[in-house]
Design a protein around this ligand. Structure first.
Ligand code: IMP
Ligand code: MG
Length: 176
């Protein structure tokens, strides 16, 4: 059977929720600037949509990491594939993620970023799968949607690099 994508969260709901979260950030950072760290590639679409709704001054930087499961060990190993272009020391930083699953990626990134002494560090994610969390120390400050344990695509999220461009969040059905 050919794989299909079922809509889980339609475009208008995704955008309305991103506006709400942006408004919260505008209030929390009133009188300050935010430095958004976009985690490539998945969080590109979310970062753009969020940044467009922020009224506080915004700067952006990008980084990329990959995670590997290591055989019998359940803890994922995360590797930095592309570092930020600029230092974050003294800046009010928000890490912007597409989805938090085990939390291994964010746990790694938070440690890495804290060591660079930002003025503050917060986490913002489009999606969270709380039932999958392994790294419970990861505290997320802004979550657009908490979802069940489903494999989702769209709005930046991929299945074998495809479907990132879907303007909604969907679930793959009839996958091989
Ligand atoms: P974590 O390190 O286990 O929290 O995994 C986070 C990363 O796994 C995300 O940034 C995604 O790249 C990927 N991922 C986890 N769940 C999904 C999903 O449902 N769809 C697409 N990618 C996912
Ligand atoms: Mg990702």
């Amino acid at each position: 059977m050919k794989e299909t994508v079922r809509v889980l969260i339609p475009e208008d709901q995704v955008e309305a929720r991103i506006r709400e979260v942006a408004e919260q950030i505008n209030q929390d950072y009133a009188g300050r600037s935010v430095h958004l760290l976009c985690i490539l590639k998945g969080s590109v679409f979310f970062t753009c949509e969020l940044a467009k709704r922020l009224t506080v001054p915004v700067t952006l930087d990008f980084m990329s990491c990959s995670s590997y499961g290591s055989g019998t060990v359940s803890k994922g190993i995360v590797r930095l594939a592309k570092d930020l272009d600029e230092p974050i020391e003294g800046r009010d930083v928000i890490i912007v993620e597409d989805i938090i699953d085990s939390g291994n990626t964010l746990a790694y990134l938070v440690e890495l970023m804290k060591a660079r002494h930002p003025a503050s560090l917060k986490l913002c994610t489009l999606l969270d799968k709380p039932s999958r969390r392994v790294r419970h120390e990861v505290q997320v400050d802004y979550t657009c949607f908490a979802i069940e344990d489903l494999f989702v695509v769209g709005y930046g999220l991929d299945y074998a690099q495809r479907y990132r461009n879907l303007p909604y969040i969907g679930v793959i059905e009839n996958a091989e």
